[in-house]
Design a protein around this ligand. Sequence first.
Ligand code: IPM
Ligand code: MN
Length: 360
Amino acid sequence: MHYRIGVIKGDGIGPEIVNEAIRVLDKVAEIYQHEFTYTELLMGGCSIDAYGVPLTEETIQACRESDAVLMGSIGGNTTTSPWYQLPPELRPEAGLLKLRKSLNLFANLRPCVLYPELRGACTLREEISRNGFDMLIMRELTGGLYFGERKTEPVDGVMTAVDTLRYNENEIRRIAVKAFEVAMKRKKKVTSVDKANVLDSSRLWRKIVTETAKDYPEVTLEHALVDSTAMQIVKNPAQFDVMVTENMFGDILSDEAAMVTGSLGMLPSASLNETKFGLYEPSGGSAPDIAGKNIANPIAAILSAAMLLRYSLDLQTEADAVEKAVQKVLQENYRTADIMSENCQQVSCSEMGSLIAERI
Ligand code: IPM
Ligand code: MN
């Protein structure tokens, strides 16, 4: 089969990790006889440098014409990069937010798995990490604080900034449905995370999630407050299966959960709408401090490519093959610097990509 894949390498370590994901996809194409055509697109800082804006209409259109988009990461050092001297709507992150909104990618799936081989890299004590964990954060991605009205202006002579956290019931219901649907294919437990002891938006969230749960009697629903959840993730991560939460809570909790798996460099993500189309990107950032050194961990990008095969192209066998190849390389004790531990062999970003591709 022939598939069109948009490729946004982006900034920082983005290009180097995406190159490795493409190396793996090319191997998949060769072994399973598919044809992937890649269209390289600019977004983020590199688009600012080329066109003066972080996202062009042409890039959005090209994404629409693709079966799926594979992305690296965008943005730079927020204190030193000239991109952050620009007005907020022209900065790299604004491009990503606009792309998510334009393509209606409201559901962001962030699987956090502690591989048995990486227990040593887990930041938690052995008695916690030995239980392992496998959770999926379902982050709402096109509403909430990141998309509400915002402004900074003097009020009675005092400079004042406002951000708005807004959700309507339809936005909550559609992400809740996604969470229950995926829970049905997993351990049938949903933890809905909110701040219902303070926020109106959270009280509506809780009400709608509870209503939605009635259609999924086999799934156990639990409500939890976001502050307490942050604590539980480091205390007992094995208790979670699917966690569904609003945009900002999900942004924060997914970095925390990712780190608990050993490294942000291990975590893929899929951003989906109501169609088969998806945008696939590592959960971590552009890591400008290590960019261009060939030491970044490409596994999150490679696992994002596996999610792309699974969710947008319906190629389950191929997705399994990529995930198994990653596991194999870890079993053989190859590690990039971020997950390095005793008695392992440290390899570069490109070596890791080749090792994984060879095992497909
Ligand atoms: C992420 C990133 C983005 C977000 C930034 C770059 C806008 O942190 O994908 O988690 O906050 O969603
Ligand atoms: Mn984030």
